[in-house]
Design a protein around this ligand. Structure first.
Ligand code: PHE
Length: 452
């Protein structure tokens, strides 16, 4: 028996943490899925790519092609009770490289995710202390802040520490408890802000922007955008779900849980649109701001609200903080759990090592907006390079490998669909052909090899 296999069996049979309840698992996994992608990106691209027509395509993809990698990742984790590197290695020794690729991917993602998390902390602080200037150009305000050297770095490190505390404390005491508190609070704040947004004068226009079906936007590009967004939003392809799946008990029904997650995730993304766009239209602002929407457009909304603008701003940024934090926890945990198992180290030590690596990567990402803004690799700043290489290349590539491994090597259909013949057929067609082909096309488009 090779050394690594011993590690596998020791780790696999040692007392491994398990979610204390199904609810704990759902909330932690939903916390991973619901992040920045839901709050600013989904509503904006939904409006841009045809409103309800986009939602329809998104939902169909979510329930079919995108459900496959979600179910397969959870399945692999649950079956082998190991985090990504050793779980892949258990399928075939060479597959451990897929696992390592996922670990590298999450570590790169952490570099820029923590920078954005730091920006959120900054906005919470300026609203709490009422030190955000009024009547200014918020685009310049945001640009100047991000270009500073010290403050964005300090806040990014704070966000990193805030995220690392939970995996440091453990799966149940840390991650599960955090999700059980933060996710319900997040949902309460979201519902509250959605209701408030409907009382604003631009509510109808906002709803029209988000929902009006425009089938003329129905084309290959929209299809691929919906596909990419759905995958990113579900957090697949980086091993976070394998890790969370490995803490599942025997009798969890993966198909049911996956569809609960898909439903919750989509409902939250649509609600984010219902919260943001009525406000944006009420004050004649540009809904197409994209990434700057949250940090540039929304401060203008808060300033113009007739009452309690600061309070709504604080609630909004805390909501965003929770969304980003629960995702960041899963990003760290995916790497920590693998380090822990492969190098047989304590959870605490693994957390410190992974956090230290992330902290190093955070520095050039944060400085990309200031000191290092002219330092470009392939025409991109470090921040953009990390973002592009993970979301356009590494995540689709490892999701593609996941589907190929699951569909052609592991063939988990029997265990997953419990003997239902129609589901068996559907699962196989999707896992072996449909999802991999879509992923390959996305990857080639991301690399600029094919153009739509
Ligand atoms: N799903 C998260 C979001 O929507 C992002 C994320 C990707 C989190 C990959 C973890 C892993 O923002």
């Amino acid at each position: 028996m090779s050394n690594e296999t011993q590690v596998k069996s020791q780790q696999g049979q040692a007392a491994r943490p398990e979610w204390t309840s199904h609810m704990g698992f759902i909330l932690a996994t939903l916390g991973s899925a619901v992040g920045l992608g839901n709050i600013w990106r989904f509503p904006y691209i939904m409006g841009k790519y045809g409103g309800a027509a986009f939602l329809l395509v998104y939902m169909v993809l979510m329930c079919t092609a995108c459900a496959i990698p979600l179910i397969c990742e959870l399945f692999i984790g649950k079956k082998f009770k190991l985090a990504t590197v050793l779980a892949y290695q258990s399928i075939k020794p060479q597959f451990k490289y897929i696992g390592w690729m996922q670990v590298y991917t999450v570590i790169i993602i952490s570099g820029f995710y923590f920078v954005v998390g730091g920006w959120i902390i900054h906005y919470i602080l300026v609203y709490l202390t009422n030190t955000i200037p009024h009547g200014i150009n918020y685009s310049a305000y945001f640009g100047n802040f991000a270009a500073e050297t010290t403050r964005p770095l300090v806040y990014a490190f704070l966000f990193l520490i805030a995220s690392a505390i939970f995996p440091y404390r453990g799966v149940n005491k840390g991650i599960e408890n955090a999700s059980k508190i933060m996710m319900p609070l997040f949902l309460i704040m979201l519902v509250f802000l959605v209701i408030v947004a409907q009382t604003l004068p631009g509510a109808r226009e906002g709803l029209e922007f988000v929902f009006k079906p425009d089938f003329s936007k129905f084309n290959a590009e929209m299809f691929l955008v919906a596909f990419g967004q759905a995958l990113f939003s579900l957090s697949v392809g980086i091993g976070a779900l394998i890790t969370y799946g490995s803490y599942l008990g025997k009798d969890t029904n993966l198909v049911e849980s996956s569809y609960t997650l898909i439903f919750g995730e989509t409902l939250i993304a649509v609600s984010a649109g219902l919260m943001i766009f009525p406000a944006v239209f009420s004050y004649g602002l540009n809904p197409g701001e994209g990434p700057g929407l949250v940090f540039v457009t929304l401060p203008q909304v808060f300033e113009q609200l007739p009452v309690a603008g600061n309070i709504f701003a604080i609630i909004f940024f805390i909501l965003l903080f929770f969304a980003a934090l629960t995702s960041a926890i899963s990003i760290l945990e995916a790497a920590i759990a693998s380090f822990r198992e492969v190098y047989k180290m304590s959870r605490q030590k693994a957390t410190l090592i992974v956090s230290a690596i992330s902290a190093v990567l955070v520095v050039p990402c944060s400085l990309s907006f200031g000191l290092m803004k002219d330092f470009k690799v392939w025409g991109k700043t470090v921040f953009d390079l990390f973002d592009f290489s993970t979301s356009s290349i590494l995540m689709p590539l490892s999701t593609l490998l996941l589907c190929l491994v699951a569909g052609w090597v592991l063939r988990p259909s029997d265990e997953i669909v419990n003997g239902n013949k129609i589901l068996y057929f559907l699962f196989n067609v999707l896992a072996k052909y449909v999802t991999p082909i879509l992923l390959l096309v996305s990857l080639l488009c991301g690399l600029g090899i094919i153009k739509l």
